[in-house]
Design a protein around this ligand. Structure first.
Ligand SMILES: Cc1cc2nc3c(=O)[nH]c(=O)nc-3n(C[C@H](O)[C@H](O)[C@H](O)COP(=O)(O)O)c2cc1C
Length: 332
């Protein structure tokens, strides 16, 4: 709660792995009175450390994906099914490099080089990890998508819960790779009954007017917004992803790109493979990486993962600094 009490605007910019959440975006949101998050996932240790160290002058947090054990799914069979797509982009089957995304090294680094806040996604830090972070003065939050996950996180000793509804852009933060469908408002109430920890609402919230009723009713203490920042000047979002935010009507949850459910703008690859993609993260993430890179470089939206929440058509092309100022007035 300590960090939440310091915010003059109770809005947090979501960690957005894969490029969108830059240190510049996090710094702009923190300087405006909110809290900027850095995505620690999908980076090697050197890139991770350099990004984190670039933010030391402001209040900020770092997010980590917790590693998944192999699911046992037949990844080769999926690779065969998507072969025509790989051929179309002249892309090889990508190889899985580090299943654990350098998690042990990143965690150790954060203990040795403490930051104000660390949040977890795809699971909760265990009690010993929470204690290690607390010992160096770091606050700990956990992303949850159900009451049982909230209870597990609370038992580990975390300080606050990021309650993520199915409206959210990007990966569902569920511990077991499921995609619970209870809408955000209902989930917040259910978590409120089960846990006394502060709640940070996430999913489909696009401005101060969306957040204000949640704060007023006590449903949430703050909100974490991702999609609303995707088209800001400070974000690292690819041009084709920015264009599709307003050009396309529909989002859906799919495992087709990464092997874990994630909400993104519907495109041809998703239409072809959402039905047959297994639960196998990060195997599918690495498998499809060369295809996504080639599609992205060509500005072709049909085979690219373009994560976005249900509010994507309201994402504004503006600076994060200006948006934060506007939302602050809506929250008064
Ligand atoms: C492009 C993108 C990437 C994301 N990457 C991460 C991530 O690295 N870690 C994480 O905890 N959540 C990630 N999320 C989910 C956000 O934390 C948050 O739950 C979500 O953005 C809230 O819904 P909204 O997008 O409708 O605001 C991502 C979301 C998007 C849109």
């Amino acid at each position: 709660m300590r960090l939440l009490n310091e915010l003059t605007i109770p809005i947090i910019s979501a960690p957005m792995a894969g490029g969108p959440s830059t240190p510049e975006l996090a710094a702009a949101v923190s300087r405006a009175g909110g809290l900027g998050m850095l995505a620690g996932a999908l980076l090697d240790l050197d890139a991770f450390g350099a990004k984190v160290d670039s933010l030391r002058e402001v209040r900020f947090g770092v997010n980590l994906f917790l590693p998944d054990d192999p699911s046992g799914a037949d990844v080769d069979a999926y690779a065969d099914r998507i072969a025509p797509w790989l051929e179309k982009y002249d892309a090889p089957r990508g190889e899985l490099t580090r299943r654990d995304d350098y998690y042990p090294e990143k965690f150790r680094w954060l203990v040795q080089n403490p930051v104000p806040l660390v949040s977890s996604t795809f699971g909760t830090f265990d009690a010993a990890e929470v204690a290690a972070l607390h010992d160096v003065g770091t606050e700990v939050w956990c992303t949850v998508t159900s009451v049982s996950e909230a209870e597990e996180a609370e038992a580990s000793g975390v300080d606050a819960l990021i309650v993520q509804g199915p409206e959210a852009g990007g990966h569902r933060g569920s511990f077991d790779g499921s995609a619970p469908e209870e809408p955000l408002a209902e989930l917040l109430e259910a978590v409120r009954r089960a846990s006394a920890l502060p709640r940070i609402a996430a999913g489909g919230l696009m401005d101060g007017n969306d957040v204000a009723p949640l704060l007023k009713s006590g449903a949430a203490h703050a909100a974490q917004l991702g999609t609303a920042f995707l088209n800001t000047a400070e974000a690292g979002t690819r041009p084709v992803h920015r264009e599709q935010l307003t050009a396309t009507e529909e989002t859906a949850v799919t495992r087709a790109f990464s092997g874990r459910p994630a909400r993104g703008i519907v495109n041809e690859f998703m239409r072809d493979h959402s039905g047959d993609a297994p639960l196998a993260y990060p195997d599918l993430h690495y498998l499809t990486a060369p295809m996504r890179a080639k599609a992205g470089a060509a500005g072709d939206p049909s085979a690219l993962s373009m994560w976005a929440g249900t509010g994507h058509r309201r994402a504004r092309a503006a600076s994060a600094t200006d948006l934060m100022a506007e939302w602050a007035t809506q929250l008064q």
